[in-house]
Design a protein around this ligand. Structure first.
Ligand SMILES: Cc1ncc(COP(=O)(O)O)c(C=O)c1O
Length: 465
């Protein structure tokens, strides 16, 4: 396949440039450089149309959890396509994969999260969570509970509600409008914003800010929900200060505010658990949103999993109420069949246990890069990590954004057969959960070569500036 494609590479790149608009496309550089065309993938490795192989340390986009190209997934998907490629999920129709998967998710999700509302990905899962929260508050006679609290640097997706809840400054540009009932607290990134404080002080400060915000909005009776990723992902892989999320959750519980945990990235094994909220952070959310690793990226699927408490209120008998929400491809039978097989594989192959072993090894090995220039911070947990590059490691002074330091390092890595994800001054890694210690060694050795090369380029540019 690669030989055939190899001769086609220039034409593929050209067609792509002309007609394919990419998410987050940077127009000027894209017009020059185009995109890297990938032709095939197996396990943690992908191969471009010229036949060059890479370790995909990004795991697609935080999603190829069990690895690419598995025949058992191919079989499960093909089998479902043959049986029933599509079926309407609306109102009073269902199918076997959706019923089975909803049951499985209710079993895996913590506490009383027993109700699964499917959709097509992470953004729609968060949109649904937002609307279920608003619906719940309104039907219980509290329509004034409409404010939502989120955080700067949070990423919750791209639909109107989910991008409004998101807090990445680069997404909140003035050309767009956003919901006006969403309020953003400070980012919990201590390396960037709390270096002078102890972790306890920093977490305490963030919690105090949360309580102040609730008060400023008119008290808990005006606040519908708090949204948070257990570990912020696209906003810079930010593990929360100890106890900070738990304090917010306890406050929400005591004050009748819903806690929505966005586990689109952290779910399905990335942190060595099916879901991280309760197991790793002591939080029992009212709603968990999930996507990505739910099917390991084989087929798009999202799920909003919510509590008995919410379900009992919105479905209160005798009210003549209905749920005016739903997508054609929600709980698509082929996606649900893929998710069921994916869960079976994670279970049968001990993948959660493997992540608990290889994850700490990845972080430990990345930490060894701290002796290199510009490696300011290495952070994350298990298979969700990043390196933050800075001009001055003593002060944390960043490179100007024009230097595009994360991209420089990732370009060097590309050359050497490693895909990492550049986001501003970061390289983010979220490899497939099946990576081995040898793969980790390759990732770290490659970065050890790439970082000094990118550093030299950056300093040359700075000198010429
Ligand atoms: C935490 C989080 N939530 C939601 C989303 C949106 O998911 P999707 O791109 O599937 O809509 C993402 C995507 O990266 C994410 O990282």
């Amino acid at each position: 396949m690669t030989d055939y494609m190899s001769s086609e590479t220039p034409a593929v790149v050209e067609r792509d440039k002309r007609h394919h608009v990419h998410p987050y496309q940077v127009f000027d550089t894209f017009a020059e450089d185009g995109a890297l065309p990938i032709a095939s993938g197996v396990g943690a490795y992908i191969t471009d149309t010229d036949g060059k192989r890479y370790v995909d340390a990004v795991g697609g986009l935080w999603c190829t959890n069990i690895g690419l190209g598995r025949e058992d997934m191919v079989e499960a998907i093909a089998d479902q396509v043959r049986r029933l490629a599509y079926s309407n999920p609306f109102v009073d129709m269902t199918h076997i994969p959706a019923a089975n998967l909803a049951t499985k998710l209710a079993e895996l999700a913590p506490g009383d999260l027993n109700h699964v509302f499917f959709c097509t990905g992470g953004s729609t899962a968060n949109d649904q969570a937002y609307r279920i929260a608003q619906f719940y508050q309104a039907v219980r006679g509290k329509p004034e509970k409409r404010h939502v609290i989120s955080r700067i640097d949070a990423y919750h997706g791209q639909t109107y509600a989910s991008v409004s809840i998101g807090g990445k400054p680069g997404d909140r540009i003035e050309e767009f409008e956003f919901l006006d009932n969403v309020h953003h607290l400070s980012s919990p990134n201590q390396y960037r914003y709390g270096r002078d404080l102890s972790e306890k002080e920093f977490g305490g400060q963030l919690f105090a800010e949360f309580k102040d915000k609730v008060a400023e909005l008119g008290g808990p009776e005006k606040v519908s929900a708090f949204f948070a990723e257990p570990i912020m992902g696209a906003g810079g892989v930010v593990p929360p200060p100890d106890n900070y999320l738990k304090s917010i959750w306890e406050y929400c519980r005591e004050n009748d505010i819903l806690y929505v945990s966005d586990e689109v990235v952290t779910g399905f094994g990335r942190l060595g658990e099916w879901f991280a909220s309760e197991k790793l952070f002591g939080i029992q959310p009212d709603i968990i949103t999930s996507a990505k690793g739910l099917t390991s990226g084989y087929i798009p699927l999202g799920a909003t999993i919510f509590s008995d408490r919410i379900f009992d209120v919105i479905s209160d008998p005798g009210q003549g109420r209905y749920l005016p929400m739903g997508l054609t491809y929600a709980g698509h039978p082929v996606a649900c069949a893929a998710a069921l097989k994916n869960i079976e594989i994670i279970d049968n192959e001990g993948i959660l246990e493997h992540v608990r072993d290889v994850g700490p090894y990845l972080i430990e090995q990345l930490e060894t890069l701290k002796d290199l220039p510009m490696v300011g911070d290495v952070r994350g947990s298990h298979l969700m990590v990043c390196i933050e590059f800075v001009r001055d490691t003593a002060t944390g002074e960043p490179y100007p954004y024009q230097i595009d330091i994360g991209k420089r390092v990732s370009n060097e890595c590309d050359e050497l057969g490693l895909i990492v994800r550049p986001v501003e001054n970061l390289n983010i890694m979220s490899p497939p959960l099946i990576i081995t210690r040898d793969d980790v060694d390759f990732i770290v050795e490659t970065l050890r070569t790439a970082i000094p090369l990118a550093h030299a380029e950056a300093e040359e540019m700075m000198a010429g500036a």
